[in-house]
Every structure is written in structure tokens, then in C-alpha cells.
Design a protein around this ligand. Sequence first.
Ligand SMILES: *Cc1c(COP(=O)(O)O)cnc(C)c1O
Length: 353
Amino acid sequence: MGFEITIQKSENSRIGNFDPQNIGFGKIFTDHMFLANWDGKTWTNPRIVPYGPLELSPATSAIHYGQAIFEGMKAFKNMSNGKTLIFRPLENCHRLNRSAERMVMPSVPDDLFMEGLTQLLEIDEEWIPKTEGGALYIRPYMFATDDFIGVKPSETFIFAIFCCPVGPYYNKALKIKVEDEFSRAAPGGVGFTKCAGNYGASMYPTLKAQQEGFDQVLWTDPVSHQWVEETGTTNLFAVIGDTVITPALTPTLLAGITRDSVIQGLKHLGYNVEERGLSVDELKAACKNGSLKEIFITGTAATLISIQGFGHKGEYFEVLDNGNTDASQSIKNFLDAIRYGKAEDVFNWNVEI
Ligand SMILES: *Cc1c(COP(=O)(O)O)cnc(C)c1O
């Protein structure tokens, strides 16, 4: 197909104020963003413009009825040759399109996604941190823009991409609460999509968990609350004995690209990995008999975070006590080496620009 992207460069770059040693997460935005409009029939006016406010009607459909989806992905600097490496971007494009289908939104063709993304990264290349642990977090998203009050699918949409440089994630081990009252997703619902409403709905249970001294909620299946699913925006792995277990994908689980990379990478490194049902009882029993070596969670933003312990119905289970973080350390090193171009990209995950 081929998309002609128009480019309007920023006249006052903010890069001079950018201190790659002091970034934080999600508060600094690069100079430009990519936008395209769906006019009801086709994607039009793909363009790169200075990062800045969008003008929207108060009746903008997404704000009222929630046709809004997003992705999260990262690009890294290969420090030995200066090239930019984007980690598995087509996986994000395809997941965006699975979300789009469920939410009755148009799909974004691979070439529009990749052209917009690579041209944006070329223009804002200087913003990609060259520091150890630094990366460019990339936020592609789409939302409904009809100004019409009535519950029906919007005819018009904006697809956009903006980027935030991010520093090394502060990896403190977390305490999680096994949720046995609230649910993140329901059978037949939208749990497998990255639609905005899923995150709005998770904030209240998360706030409650935080008030009880936990960092995050560990969601369980919405029917019996017996089966472990995932945490806030991360998937979960448990190492029991010599086996790394992660809950099998269901329609209530978000299929993390980091999850998939961790599974493939651990298998490549010789670990025994199982995707299957993981019950709260199994975790508690393994913790009590000492075979639960570690629990860790995975996602694009943080890559991998260790879990200190978990709470369930008022009881607390310490995990790190059993202390052997071999699996999580190995896979983190494996993924980092590929993403920064230091090791052979055995799975062809990087797209180099
Ligand atoms: C985004 C997300 C993940 C992790 O997905 P990655 O592709 O690994 O970043 C896991 N769970 C939920 C609910 C998410 O929104």
C-alpha cells in the first residue's frame, strides 16, 4: 500500500533540557508524535507533528463510551553501533488490532503502524537514552472521535503514537494481594484487550490493596477466585521446584509480549516451562513446603519484578525467603542482552532502524 507521511518539525526542541540520568517514568515526552485519522472508510492524513495538545469536541465518543485502546512497547539503543532496536513491534500492532476488533474499531495496517513508528523514531532518535537500563517507551493508541451522543460505534478515529524516554526501573520486590472479591475481567468480556476501561476499573481494587499495605493486586479468575491470572499490567510466573509455571492464556488474560518472550527465552536456556492453570492453593502449599523458589511478574514497562510475598484472605506468605532467583535473573539478562544488541538475536525479535 505505502503511506505518504507528512512531517512538520518542532521549532523549539526540548532536547536541551533533557537529562538522561534523571528521567523517571512517563513524565517526559519527545518532541514529536504521529497521528492518522480514520474517516469511516480509510486511514487519512498520516503525519508527524510537534508533540502537543489535541483539540477535541466535548462530545468525543471515546470519552463517553470508551472506544479507546492502547499499546506499550520499547525501543533501545545498540550502544556498540548506535542503531535503534525496536523490540517485537509487529506483535504490538497485531495485539492492537485484536483489541480493535473486539471494540468495533478499524484495524491499523502493519505498514501504517511500522512507517509511522520508524519515521517518528528517526526524527526523535536523540531522545532514546544511551544509558544502561534506559529505553524509549512507545505508546501507540486509538480512540473514537465522533461528536455524537448516542451509544453506537464511532465512525471516525484517531490513531496516534507518542514516546517517553525512560530510565532504569527501580526494581524493589513487591507485595501482592491475591484478590478474592473484585474481578478485572469476565468470561466473554474484554480482559484480553488493552482497552482503556480495564485500567479504570482496576484502580479501586488496587487502591484498597494499597491501603492494606500491598503494592499490587494479583487477579484471580472471576468465577471461583481460585486460579491465579495476572497483576496490574504484568503477567505472572512462579518457580516451583524445577519448573517455571505461568497461567495459560484465557480470554480473561492479557497475552503479554514479555510473557511470550520469557517463555521462549527460558525454554531456550533449558528451563522447564509450563503454561497451565495455577491455583492459589498450589502457590500456598508450595510456599509452605519450601518448593516455591520465586514469583516474578513481567511486562514491557518494568521487564521483570520479583515478588516479595503475597497475601490471601488475611494470611501473608513470604516468597523471597526460599530465595533462589536463578530463573528470573537468567531470563532478565537474556532479554536485556538481546534488546541492547549485545547478544545474538536468536528469535529475530529486534527491528533495527
Ligand atoms: C500490557 C499488559 C501486560 C503485559 O504485556 P506486555 O506486552 O508484556 O507489556 C500484562 N497484563 C495486562 C493487564 C496488561 O495490560
